[in-house]
Design a protein around this ligand. Structure first.
Ligand code: HEC
Ligand code: HEC
Length: 183
C-alpha cells in the first residue's frame, strides 16, 4: 500500500518537477538573449522562435565541442542532456521578438543560392541539409561573424555552409548579412 502510494505520488510530481528544471535552466538565458525583446548586444543571436531542431543541434554541438564558443559551450552544459530537446522546443515556441529592425538593404546576387535551404523568405525550416535556421531579421553583426567563422573553418559543424562561405569574399558576406538582417 505504501509502495503504491509512493508510486502514485512520484508520478504526480515527476512532471511539474521536470518542467521547473527546464524553466529554471532557461531563466539564465534571457539576460543575454533578451526576454520578449531582441538581445541588446548585436553579437548575440535571437533564439526565441528559432527552429527547435536547429536549436537542439546547436546546444548539442556546443556541449560536444563541434561548435566552439567560450560562453555557450559552458551555458549549454547547464541544461541536462535529457532535457535538451524539451528546452529547444520551449525556446522555439516563443515568438520571434519584434524589433525596430535593421534598415532594408539591397539584395546581393549571391542570395539566390541560399534560398534552396533557408527558404524563399529566409524563415528557415527542413531542407536538403537538415533543418536550416531562420536568418530573416537576425542581427547583421551576428550573421556576418558566423559566415566568417564558417569561411575560416572556425565554425565547422556544417560542411555545406563551410563550402558555401569559402566561395564568397568578405565584402559579399557583409552585404548578405545586411540584406538578411533587414528582412
Ligand atoms: C552571457 C551571455 C549568454 C548567455 C547567458 C546565454 N547565451 Fe546563448 N549565445 C551567446 C552568444 C554570445 C552566442 C553566439 C555564439 C557564437 O558566436 O557562436 C550565443 C549563441 C546561442 C545559440 C546559437 C544560436 C544560433 O543561431 O546558432 C543558442 C541556441 C543559444 N545561444 C542558446 C542559449 C541558451 C539555451 C542559454 C541558456 C541556457 C543561453 N544561450 C545563454 C550568449 C549567451
Ligand atoms: C545546402 C543547404 C544550404 C545552403 C545552400 C545555404 N545554407 Fe546556410 N545553413 C544551412 C544549414 C543546414 C545550417 C545550419 C548548420 C548547423 O547545423 O549548424 C545553416 C546555417 C547558416 C548560418 C548560421 C545561422 C546561425 O543562426 O548561426 C548562416 C548565417 C547561413 N547559414 C547563411 C547562409 C547564406 C547567406 C547562404 C547563401 C550564400 C546559405 N546559408 C546557404 C543550409 C544551407
Amino acid at each position: 500500500m505504501l509502495r503504491l502510494l509512493t508510486m502514485i505520488l512520484s508520478l504526480f510530481f515527476a512532471g511539474p518537477a521536470l518542467a521547473d528544471g527546464v524553466d529554471a535552466a532557461l531563466a539564465t538565458c534571457w539576460s543575454c538573449h533578451g526576454a520578449g525583446a531582441p538581445p541588446k548586444d548585436p553579437a548575440i543571436p535571437v533564439i526565441q522562435g528559432q527552429h527547435a531542431a536547429y536549436l537542439e543541434k546547436q546546444l548539442r554541438d556546443f556541449r560536444g565541442g563541434e561548435r566552439d564558443d567560450q560562453i555557450m559551450s559552458s551555458m549549454a552544459t547547464s541544461i541536462r542532456r535529457e532535457d535538451l530537446a524539451r528546452a529547444a522546443a520551449t525556446i522555439a515556441a516563443l515568438p520571434w521578438p519584434k524589433s525596430p529592425g535593421a534598415a532594408p538593404a539591397p539584395e546581393p546576387d549571391s542570395v539566390a543560392a541560399c534560398r534552396a535551404c533557408h527558404g524563399p523568405g529566409f524563415a528557415g525550416g527542413p531542407g536538403p541539409e537538415g533543418v536550416a535556421p531562420r536568418l530573416a531579421g537576425q542581427s547583421s553583426e551576428y550573421l556576418e561573424a558566423q559566415m566568417s567563422a564558417f569561411a575560416r573553418g572556425e565554425r565547422a559543424n556544417a560542411k555545406t555552409m563551410t563550402v558555401v562561405m569559402k566561395a564568397l569574399d568578405a565584402a559579399e558576406r557583409a552585404r548578405l548579412a545586411k540584406y538578411l538582417a533587414g528582412l
